[in-house]
Design a protein around this ligand. Structure first.
Ligand SMILES: O=c1ccn([C@H]2C[C@H](O)[C@@H](CO)O2)c(=O)[nH]1
Ligand SMILES: [Zn+2]
Length: 140
């Protein structure tokens, strides 16, 4: 398991601040995510649910959208916070979305705020993953 850094306190604060803005009237499960991007900026997002349930966005997806809109392209670290004591780990779809902009070594911190944070690498959360490198144009 990866260890926590001083930056993680800032990422936790950013994730918690935006979690208060989550729109989650159906699950009542408010989630915040904060990305440290390779430009040194923090980009945050919350979950946004919808009456047509499958159309909801996860917090991680919202944070990636903020990062791209802000002009950054790589995730250096990402922190996810949610209710309860169990670490709020990204769903499968978000692991793949994170994969697009991160490396297997990139650390993802999952935190149910009544419990302890859990720091894992993307490679641990999404082993043997498919990514953009598979689609690099080749000669054959
Ligand atoms: O890592 C996670 C897990 C869940 N959710 C959201 C999706 C849905 O709105 C609610 C309940 O699953 O929490 C996230 O945003 N991120
Ligand atoms: Zn998700």
């Amino acid at each position: 398991m990866a260890s926590l850094t001083d930056m993680d306190a800032r990422l936790f604060a950013a994730a918690e601040a935006i979690r208060q803005k989550a729109y989650a009237p159906y699950s009542n499960f408010a989630v915040g995510a904060a990305i440290l991007a390779d430009d040194g900026q923090i980009y945050a997002g919350c979950n946004i649910e919808n009456a047509a349930y499958p159309q909801g966005n996860c917090a991680e997806t919202s944070a990636i959208a903020a990062m791209i809109a802000g002009g950054a392209r790589r995730i250096a670290r990402i922190y996810v916070t949610g209710p309860g004591a169990m670490p709020v780990t990204p769903c499968g779809g978000c692991r793949q979305r994170i994969r697009e902009f991160a490396d297997p070594e990139t650390v993802i911190i999952s935190h149910g705020v009544e419990g302890d944070p859990l720091a894992l690498s993307l490679g641990e959360l999404l082993p043997h993953s498919f990514g953009p490198d598979f689609l690099t144009p080749r000669a054959s």
